[in-house]
Design a protein around this ligand. Sequence first.
Ligand code: HEC
Ligand code: HEC
Length: 206
Amino acid sequence: MFTFLYQNITTSTIVGVVFLCFSTNNYAANIEAGKAKAQTCIACHGPNGNSIISEFPSLSGQPAQAISTALYRYREGNRKNPIMSPIAAELTNADMNNLAAYFSAEKRTSTHITSAQNASLGPELANKYNCTQCHGPQMLGLQHIPRIAGQQHQYLITQLRGFKAQTRSDMDGNMSSAASALTDADIVILSDYIAGLADRPTAKNE
Ligand code: HEC
Ligand code: HEC
C-alpha cells in the first residue's frame, strides 16, 4: 500500500489526492460500523467514550492503534482482565479496527479538577520521568502508545501502581521500567495532574 501511495505521489499529485479521498471514505465507513458496535461499550466507557466512572478508562481521542492493540491483547490473553477479556473474545479483527476508528475520532473531555499544588508539580515530574518523551508533549499518545491526557483519575493510579508492581501487563517492558522509578507520592501527583488535561465537557456531552 505504501508503495502504491508513493508511486501516486511521484507520478502525479492529483492521483495522490484522489487516493486520499477514497481512503477518507473507507475510514468513514469504518467509523459508522464501529459506532454501531460501540453501543455495548458505552455502558462502562461512557457516552462518546468519555467514561464517567473513575476506575473505567475513557476511550475517546485515543490513538486508534492503542485501542486495537489493547483489544487484541485482551483477546489473545496477553493482557488479562475479568471484565474485558470475555468481551474482547467476541470481537473479530475488523470489529476491533472499526471500534478503534470510532472511539479515536471522538473528542476527549474530563470533569476532573486537578489540585493547584499538583497542577504546578505535575509538569516537572512528567518531564523528569520522560512521560512526555513517549506519550508526547501534551500526552496525547502516538500509534501504540496510549493517550493519557484526560484519562480517568483512579484508572491512572491503578495502572501506574500496577506497572510499578509488574502486575499490569506491558507489551514491551518500557512502561514497567518507567514506573519503577516512581514513588507512590509521584504516582498520586502525576495521576491528579494528567487526569485534568482535557477540555471540560459541553452540555451536550454531560
Ligand atoms: C462492564 C464494563 C465494560 C464494558 C461493557 C466494556 N468495557 Fe472496556 N474496560 C472496562 C474496564 C474496567 C477496563 C480496564 C481493565 C483493565 O484494567 O485492564 C476496560 C478497558 C478497556 C480498554 C483498554 C483501555 C486502555 O486505556 O488501555 C479498551 C480498549 C476497551 N476497554 C474497549 C472496550 C470496547 C471496545 C468495549 C465494547 C465492545 C468495551 N471495552 C466494553 C470495562 C468495560
Ligand atoms: C519509554 C516509553 C515510555 C515512557 C518513558 C513512559 N511510558 Fe507510559 N506507556 C508506554 C507504553 C508503550 C504504554 C502501553 C503499555 C501497554 O499497554 O502494554 C504505556 C502505558 C501507560 C499507561 C496506561 C495507559 C492506559 O490507557 O492503560 C499509563 C497510565 C502511562 N503509560 C503513564 C506514564 C507516565 C505517568 C509516565 C512517566 C512517569 C510514562 N507513562 C512514561 C510508554 C512509555
